[in-house]
Design a protein around this ligand. Structure first.
Ligand SMILES: NC(=O)c1ccc[n+]([C@@H]2O[C@H](COP(=O)([O-])OP(=O)(O)OC[C@H]3O[C@@H](n4cnc5c(N)ncnc54)[C@H](O)[C@@H]3O)[C@@H](O)[C@H]2O)c1
Ligand SMILES: [Zn+2]
Length: 345
């Protein structure tokens, strides 16, 4: 079990390695479970929980304002009281949406995260960020909402499609580059799969790293939390260019981490070879460069809209040496364009 403090001097919540049935047994009459249609197909037990069940369509498009409104209305139809709890059972989409619902209905009710995807286990379920997408951009409407607890439904990984497992691996590998090189050594020693013995240990280590980073900068004020964004400046821009259609988040940030390592090298901020960063992603079947030609002006246009930017130029979280990452400001977009054009041509 891992304890996560919610701010410097306040309460904390537990992240517990659990299984789906254990988590579902926690649900009481008056509680609400929000999940997606894939999970219900795989786990009929969801339909037998003691509380009310709300099922959304799987996929990023469910993190919309319209769907948020629809779910809120179902929550009130189900008669949720101030002392009822909301359980979000699923991947990051369910977690972000249900957490945002929990943070807003009745001005906030208790919320339990039950992550079932690798990405949700190692990243989105810990740290208290919840929210939805707007036509103007991803995750633009949200809140900080700490869960009552996180129940990591480790057994559910067995049914997670391989492409989503690999997607989550991109974030796992990220933790190695930004914080803990021993994680990189372990991931290099043998390809990690759902059945690998060290998987649980790796997930645990990632949660500990996320906890350490979040506890150092809960509300993203001093730049520490921004290191979790390594690869995400380029990655988010690639996702936006793709219109959030085919490119999965993990694929986008894998390409992004290689690109940002080239930027760090090009700017003289690191000696790390982009090829050595790429190697690990290739090992796990993740892409390391865009499939199609990229419109550099549009890409950099999206990067200039990144939430991390302050003042002139681009702000990016760059790895200086393996295991150390720093938020850099004032990076010249023209220079970035030429470095990426060289890398991808
Ligand atoms: N709040 C945060 O701090 C934070 C951090 C990172 C990512 N996110 C968000 O997380 C989302 C991505 O999360 P994701 O990759 O989990 O996506 P997701 O929730 O769409 O899940 C991926 C797919 O796997 C399916 N799935 C999940 N668990 C399953 C299981 N056990 N068995 C079978 N199928 C299963 C889902 O139905 C879906 O089709 C994005 O919206 C992203 O913005 C949030
Ligand atoms: Zn990410």
């Amino acid at each position: 079990m891992i304890w996560v403090k919610t701010s410097a001097n306040e309460s904390r919540y537990e992240v517990q390695f659990s299984d789906l049935n254990f988590a579902l047994d926690m649900v009481r009459p008056g509680d609400i479970v929000i999940t997606d249609d894939n999970l219900v197909r795989h786990y009929p037990a969801l339909q037998e929980v003691e509380g009310s069940l709300i099922v959304i369509s799987a996929g990023e498009s469910s993190k919309s304002f319209a769907n948020y409104e629809a779910v809120v209305s179902q929550v009130f139809s189900a008669g949720l009281k101030r002392n009822g709890r909301i359980f979000g059972v699923g991947g990051g989409v369910v977690g972000d949406l249900s957490g945002f619902v929990a943070s807003t209905v009745h001005r906030g009710v208790d919320f339990v995260q039950v992550p079932t995807s690798l990405l949700a286990m190692v990243d989105s379920s810990v740290g208290g960020k919840v929210g939805i997408d707007l036509p103007e951009g991803k995750n633009l409407l949200g809140a900080f909402k700490n869960p009552l607890s996180v129940q990591v439904a480790i057994d559910a990984l067995r049914t997670l499609p391989i492409e989503h497992f690999v997607n989550g691996m991109a974030e796992v590998i990220k933790y190695g580059w930004i914080w803990d090189t021993s994680l990189l050594d372990l991931l290099r020693s043998k390809v990690l799969t759902v059945d690998s013995e060290p998987l649980e240990r790796v997930i645990q280590r990632c949660i500990e790293i996320k906890r350490d980073v979040v506890e150092a900068d809960f509300e993203e004020r001093n730049g520490v939390r921004a290191i979790l964004n390594y690869g995400h400046t380029v990655g988010h821009a690639l996702e936006a260019l793709d219109g959030y259609q085919d490119l999965l988040h993990g694929q986008a940030i894998a390409i992004g981490m290689v690109a940002e390592s080239a930027i760090a090298k090009g700017l003289g901020l690191s000696d790390l070879e982009p090829d050595s960063v790429a190697e690990m992603f290739e090992y796990y079947g993740l892409p390391v460069r865009p499939k199609d030609t990229v419109d550099m002006d549009r890409l950099v246009g999206y990067m200039l809209g990144d939430k991390k930017n302050i003042g002139q130029g681009l702000s990016m979280s760059l790895v200086n040496v393996p295991g150390e990452c720093k938020l850099e400001h004032g990076i010249d977009p023209t220079r970035v364009k030429s470095i990426l054009a060289d890398l991808w041509n």
